[in-house]
Design a protein around this ligand. Structure first.
Ligand code: ZN
Length: 181
């Protein structure tokens, strides 16, 4: 979950595993290939007649020297495809225009983060809902519940008692400020 919640923090090593997991959930049999000598292919995913050769590029957009996936990646993958294999390149970053042109010509699919989240929704709707839920709370900076440790605490105000209290969004436990500090 953390991986899909914070795409920009995902490591180059974890990214192929996270993408392979999505294809597992979609019913594919996946194999992750060695990162060093992978011939431009990180994951082989098969289901029936479908045979996907997937290259992944975790390029954080937070990095101040982030670079785009260029056409050398597209052409590298294309030259390593076997007959009947569909090439796919997945990135958390962006593709250069020449990369997009070559991919179109070679029928290679390019998946950016919009497509990554479409895959998450298709592969695991509960995970997608959890990511959305967490994103909706992220900017509120809520504390974790001291009781269940899973939920977040909503800070509430009781005008009747004229004081603040907390209620866990997960276990619904009520606590008062003095118990937390
Ligand atoms: Zn709780």
């Amino acid at each position: 979950m953390q991986k899909f919640l914070h795409l920009d923090e995902i490591s180059a090593g974890d990214f192929p595993k996270a993408i392979a997991k999505l294809y597992d959930w979609l019913g594919y049999t996946t194999t992750i290939r060695d990162g060093f000598n992978d011939n431009y292919i990180d994951i082989i995913a098969t289901k029936g007649q479908k045979n996907l050769a997937i290259q992944t590029k975790a390029y954080s957009l937070n990095f101040d020297k982030a670079h785009a996936v260029d056409k050398s990646v597209v052409n590298g993958l294309h030259s390593n495809l076997k007959d009947g294999q569909q090439g796919i390149i997945v990135t958390t970053g962006v593709f250069t225009s020449p990369a997009m042109e070559d991919a179109k010509r070679q029928s290679i699919k390019l998946y950016d983060r919009t497509a990554i989240y479409q895959l998450v929704v298709a592969a695991n709707p509960n995970l997608a809902a959890e990511v959305l839920y967490r994103k909706s709370l992220d900017e509120l900076n809520l504390s974790r519940c001291p009781k269940c440790h899973a939920g977040y605490l909503a800070k509430l105000y009781s005008s009747k008692k004229d004081k603040y209290y907390y209620q866990c969004l997960n276990c619904h436990e009520i606590s008062y400020e003095n118990q937390l500090d």
